[in-house]
Design a protein. Structure first.
Length: 176
């Protein structure tokens, strides 16, 4: 018996939500040594894992002069509870370090709960625990996948098609 791609996506989306909520107190990631950075994460991490780690000073630094994208904050507020984000990032990756804090700043400003997103940290080979990168077809990080009812409805890879990833994400979310 073969399973449809939609069924796989729905199962995985449910798995991510349940995993994040049930195992919130358990670490679902590895901390690996890294030659260029002090360390890197690989696995399912929380925002607090990143913000709370003194090795990742880039998180706060990259928000220092950032002003939230008003359209993205508004889209998040308007569509609250209607989407799930699956965010693939590399704690070692310059693009992830630049882009991801800005998405989270907008999520926080809109009052979006942590249960609305799952962060999957990839290593330098862009592999993840459980081969999640293969399931989602991830070849570059950061990649943000917008899901609705267990189905992918949009995706932004690195700086997107226009170089304005927060504006592109606002467009995807607003269209839900």
């Amino acid at each position: 018996m073969t399973h449809s791609p939609l069924r796989k996506w729905m199962f995985f989306a449910l798995f991510l939500v349940v995993t994040q909520q049930v195992f919130a107190q358990q670490k679902l990631y590895e901390v690996l040594p890294d030659a260029e950075e002090k360390k890197l994460f690989r696995g399912i991490v929380t925002l607090q894992d990143i913000k709370g780690d003194s090795s990742f000073t880039w998180y706060k630094q990259n928000l220092q002069y950032y002003r939230n994208n008003a359209a993205l904050v508004d889209a998040f507020k308007q569509k609250k509870g209607q989407f799930q984000l699956v965010i693939f990032a590399g704690t070692w990756c310059h693009d992830s370090q630049q882009i991801i804090p800005k998405y989270f700043s907008c999520l926080e400003a809109a009052g979006i709960p942590d249960s609305a997103f799952t962060i999957v940290a990839a290593d330098r080979n862009k592999t993840t625990v459980g081969n999640l990168h293969q399931l989602f077809g991830i070849t570059l990080v950061p990649t943000v996948i917008v899901m609705k009812e267990g189905k992918e409805v949009g995706r932004i890879t690195e700086y997107g098609k226009t170089g304005l990833p927060d504006a592109e994400l606002a467009t995807i979310i607003a269209a839900l």
